[in-house]
Ligand binder design. Sequence first.
Ligand code: CDT
Length: 313
Amino acid sequence: MTAKPATRNARNLVLGVAQLGPIARSETRSEVVQRLLSLMHEAHSKGVQLIAYPELALTTFFPRWFFEDTAELDSFYETEMPSKETQILFDTARDLGIGFHLGYAELTSQGRRFNAAILVERDGTVVCKFRKVHIPGHEEHEPHRPFQHLERRYFEESPEGFKVWDAFGGKVGVAICNDRRWPETYRVMGLQGVELILIGYNTPTHYAPDRGQNPLQAFHNHLVMQSGAYQNGTWVAGIAKGGFEEGSELLAQSCIIAPSGQLVAQAVTTGDELVVAEINLEMCRNYKETLFDFNRYRRPEAYGIITQQKGVE
Ligand code: CDT
């Protein structure tokens, strides 16, 4: 008798990637929250169970400017979450039974600054707060640039690293923007069995240190997320803030990527747009238990030897 392959039950999750178009510097938090709510209601009408908003989703991408005035800089940060203005987002999500991911700038009571994201379950429980690990850009004002990228001045690197949480019927991890370019991001979560990684981003299409990379921004964006998904057998959602924001162009192309590395859904505009896909978290096993069965095939001991052998004749 031929053995039947084990049948697996699907673990489906309806995921909504809520891309945002530009946020003007003059836009208030409440105005932005109204945009987020409008996407949330659309998501609810489409059966979405988890909606993900981008990095720094409540304000314009302020690291493009050099601020001497601390009070002005502080105005872009949240000192509590939920805040007065975002409480309605939390309440509406709980009433609709939708979970959400929201990126924002965090100023702690100790005066520490992080580029953070919060993940909230469908019943309103906070799953986690993640803080960005890889902080790109520069520390000092560089007046020759058309736009600054002062993330390294305005945010600390998180010492907390990458974790994975049991949520939404699977194992969920979070990374923020530049984190997506580093293989370690995916592998550290892959080693913890991650099945869905949420990644918000603000990516200026102009890269001052090497303009040659400008035309490759869209390619690199998908390249890193598709590789990370495939090599770790995980779903990946990339959530952009796109379009011309205060004169700076931000890459859009929000997307949902399968554990096969294939793009299953992608934004077609550079504005506020909801991208929806029903994803089966069980599909991760197709890769985690075959080609990328880490326990069976990974060779950490050999990687160590290769490093040690470097320079050996
Ligand atoms: N927000 C963010 O991390 N953006 C970076 C820009 C890199 S260039 C300084 C990114 O990796 O997309």
